[in-house]
Design a binder for this molecule. Structure first.
Ligand code: PHE
Length: 540
């Protein structure tokens, strides 16, 4: 998405790339995505998405009125719904086929009564109290994502998602290969870890500058400025870091003569050994920095609004898994199961948003190169568990209001809810990890709780009321939390960006925003533009 003055998307990818270039190269930015295996290489990010303008019927000559053009859209997830919504603006006659009984795909919010059956045939039913939920798929939206433009356009209210919180915790336990020193096995607030890490780094900088160690790279004036910066950043006293109120208090300040007591920080060596500092970069990420957002009431509010905007069941057929896709010279024929019967739909074009891992199992007459390309991406193993507690002990006892505790244990983190503050009960996300997909449902909960107890104590087990877990590789119509492109985006990715006959492919897997709804939206928009231009050109 790039933008010219006057379009609603003020933060553009191109201006973003320019800014990133200015602050130290795209590699800094893409580092975290690369770590996830989501990017081939920073160089691949060079081609900006063109501006998006929704298609208009007026763009087409009379002979190709959009109203007369049928498009069958496979999948009512974020990509399929956005495609139907944007094509609908020009009057295209869209039919959406959705295998599940609901819109949204992976944008799934888990609530009381939800029933999911995985590929092993294991069914879970959610027993949360009414009004409690967690987002099993996407859960956070950055400021610059087109996702927020859809929230604005569709009137979906949003609220802050606390992605970074000074009161949430870091917890590192020793492993067979790494010793984290005296802080191993101790939960430390982000606040304290930051004060100590910045404090000691600043002390080192100030000393280096003072001792002339930086004279070859800094002028005397700049060395002085660096010392001033170090004093500010580290909260130093006489050039030394000795702890300060930033790290919190062992005895908090109060009224009268109660000035509070600051604890003594661990040694510089202990802080370095803890490796807490290596976690800070997460929240510097382009896509992870506060502010971040979530729809009020659950992530599925966005797909619900989109589904309504495209015409609901008038346009979308649920419980309609696709069984066959045939490109034909003048259109696409799609077969699907519905109410125990196989039905067929003929359309002029098809927008296919079925995840490649699922699509490869559906008979089709795509070109061999397309079939080969669809077999390349693999489903990412990830999942979450929602733990309902009868008391918001994280708020009451620990003063943690939203945010995420990060750990090297395989739960990877604990997400405290960013809604329902100060209410009685709540749902904590007890892991966000692929390590649990192979476990039975009860074992997932037991293992997650066992790790949470190490951080929060026995209440993490004792006050648990009920839980619900999801393993995305085992969700029949997803078969992965997102895709990995082994070896990076290559020829297969390029090929799928182009239509096979009259079938177009779309989804977050065909974007550089893998594992974000924005990737699905941007991909849908790119596809809609290509399809619309083709219809216009064909008829001219
Ligand atoms: N969007 C997902 C998340 O925020 C997955 C992801 C994580 C994507 C980190 C990119 C970077 O959790």
């Amino acid at each position: 998405m790039t933008t010219t003055a006057g379009t609603p998307h003020a933060h553009t990818r191109r201006s973003f790339l320019t800014r990133v270039g200015a602050v130290g190269g795209a590699s800094a930015l893409y580092g975290s995505m690369e770590a996830l295996g989501l990017f081939a290489s920073p160089a691949d990010a060079a081609t900006a998405t063109p501006d998006f303008a929704p298609p208009r019927a007026a763009d087409l000559p009379d002979s190709a009125r959009a109203r007369g053009t049928n498009v069958v859209i496979l999948g009512a997830g974020s990509a399929g719904l956005a495609a139907a919504y944007e094509l609908g603006k020009a009057g295209y006659d869209c039919t959406v086929l959705e295998a599940r009984d609901r819109p949204g795909g992976r944008a799934k919010t888990i609530r009381r009564g939800d029933k999911l059956t995985d590929t092993d045939g294991v069914t879970q039913t959610c027993r949360f109290d009414d009004g409690l939920y967690f987002n099993a798929g996407p859960a956070r939206i950055p400021n610059h994502h087109v996702t927020l433009d859809y929230c604005r356009e569709l009137g979906v209210p949003i609220e802050a998602l606390v992605n970074a919180n000074a009161e949430s915790l870091y917890y590192h336990e020793n492993t067979s290969t790494t010793n984290y020193g005296e802080l191993a096995g101790t939960a430390v607030t982000h606040r304290q870890a930051k004060a100590d890490v910045y404090g000691y780094i600043s002390e080192l900088l100030a000393q280096a500058a003072d001792q002339g160690a930086l004279d070859t790279v800094l002028s005397a004036d700049d060395a002085e400025r660096l010392v001033a910066l170090a004093n500010s950043l580290g909260g130093l006293t006489g050039g030394r870091y000795a702890g300060n109120g930033r790290r919190g208090y062992v005895d908090a300040p109060g009224a009268g003569h109660d000035a509070g007591v600051v604890g003594t920080p661990p040694s510089m060596s202990a802080i370095l050994q803890s490796q807490f500092g290596t976690r800070f970069a997460f929240e510097f990420g382009w896509d992870q920095a506060m502010m971040m957002w979530q729809p009020v009431g659950g992530m599925d509010r966005i797909s619900a609004a989109l589904a309504a905007a495209v015409g609901g069941k008038r346009r979308i057929t649920y419980n309609a898994p696709v069984t066959q896709i045939d490109n034909r010279p003048d259109g696409v024929r799609v077969s699907y199961r519905h109410n125990g019967r196989t039905r067929t739909i003929d359309a002029d074009y098809c927008v296919n948003t079925i995840p490649p891992m699922v699509l490869t199992n559906i008979p089709n007459n795509f070109a061999q190169a397309t079939k080969d390309a669809l077999a390349v991406p693999t489903g990412a193993n990830t999942g979450k568990i929602g733990l309902q507690y009868g008391r918001r002990w994280w708020e009451e006892d620990d003063k943690i209001f939203g945010g995420i505790t990060a750990t090297n244990m395989d739960i990877s983190g604990i997400w405290y809810p960013s809604s329902g503050f100060l209410s009685r009960k709540g749902v904590v996300v007890g892991y966000y990890s692929g390590s649990y997909s192979g476990l039975t449902v009860p074992d997932r909960a037991a293992r997650a709780v066992e790790q949470g107890v190490k951080i929060h104590g026995a209440k993490y087990r004792d006050e648990l009321e009920t839980s619900f877990s999801i393993a995305w590789p085992k969700e029949p119509y997803s078969l992965g939390g997102w895709v990995n492109w082994p070896g990076g985006r290559g020829a297969a990715y390029d090929l799928l960006l182009r239509p096979d006959g009259r079938t177009y492919f779309a989804g977050d897997h065909l974007s550089y925003l893998t594992a974000w709804q924005a990737g699905a939206f941007e991909s849908a928009r790119l596809t809609v533009t290509a399809l619309h231009e083709r219809v216009a050109a064909t008829a001219a």
